[in-house]
Design a protein around this ligand. Structure first.
Ligand code: 2HA
Ligand code: ZN
Length: 274
């Protein structure tokens, strides 16, 4: 390998950024993506690392992420520029042995920093790593249009959003049988939104930030992008139905939801069924 950008982790990361850009979920510097690298990824990329930058303390801590390496989008950087200008748009950071500081080992050239949502990503990586016995590696935040629009009209409860999404596309109960979490509007970028989101992510693969966007997790880029895409598509369908102004004549009933779960061998969150 002659270029770090040929590493499968980097290729997958960049492709996902451009997919999100193409969907229209990353206006200006909106959204962010982080990936917890495997040992093999680190071996492939290490020869391209630079002399590490200084350690930068965080106001969140996760012992189970000590010594990990993350690929991250940069604070204030544009998804639109990730493919044409990766060395400024992206970086790799190493986490210290206490799990409370990072330092840059590749990219984020000319004074760049990890995404402003790094505390939220970090806490959520920690929670999802535990919840999935180490399988989870990707955390993705996007400004998905239709899901944001729904946060103006639906009650901001896990139950209301989970039911609306399950009922709006047949694949939803199979893709996220536990439902989705909903956080009220909160100031972006800080420890509070990080903690509130990570509480939700103990149960769910995805959380919605009211009037802001979507937070999705998964073991790899395909699954995580697919989850965000599925949630947003379902929100779009629900939104189109509401926009007709017609009464809803039929929907996916709870009986059908239970039947889908049985056939596809998934456990639906019973708390959200009638
Ligand atoms: O620009 O999306 O949540 C980054 C964001 C903040
Ligand atoms: Zn955002």
């Amino acid at each position: 390998m002659t270029d770090i950008l040929q590493a499968p982790a980097m290729r997958g990361f960049i492709r996902m950024c451009m997919d999100g850009w193409d969907r229209g979920w990353h206006e200006r510097n909106g959204g962010n993506l982080t990936y917890r690298m495997t040992d093999e990824d680190v071996v492939q990329c290490r020869t391209f690392f630079k002399a590490p930058g200084p350690w930068v303390m965080m106001d969140v801590q996760a012992e189970n992420l000590a010594g990990e390496y993350f690929i991250t989008t940069g604070s204030g950087k544009y998804f639109r520029n990730v493919e044409p200008d990766p060395v400024h748009s992206l970086g790799i950071v190493e986490i210290n042995e206490n799990g409370n500081a990072w330092r840059i080992v590749w990219g984020l050239e000319d004074g760049g920093k990890p995404t402003s949502e790094f505390p939220s990503h970090f806490m959520n990586h920690s929670v999802r790593k535990t919840a999935t016995n180490g399988a989870n590696r990707v955390i993705y935040h996007c400004h998905a249009t239709n899901i944001i629009a729904l946060t103006y009209i639906l009650p901001l409860t896990d139950r209301d959003f989970s039911r609306a999404l399950w009922q709006s596309a047949t694949e939803c109960p199979v893709v996220f049988p536990e439902g989705v979490g909903v956080c009220p509007w909160m100031v972006p970028g800080g420890a509070d939104i990080a903690k509130a989101t990570s509480e939700k992510m103990k149960t769910y693969q995805a959380a919605i930030w009211a009037q802001h966007g979507l937070f999705a997790s998964g073991p790899d880029f395909d699954t995580t992008f697919g989850l965000a895409h599925t949630i947003e598509k379902s929100a779009e369908i629900y939104w189109k139905v509401l926009a007709t102004g017609q009464p809803i004549r039929q929907t996916i009933t709870d009986e059908v939801l239970r039947a889908i779960a049985k056939d596809f061998n998934v456990v639906l969150n019973e708390a959200f069924l009638n």
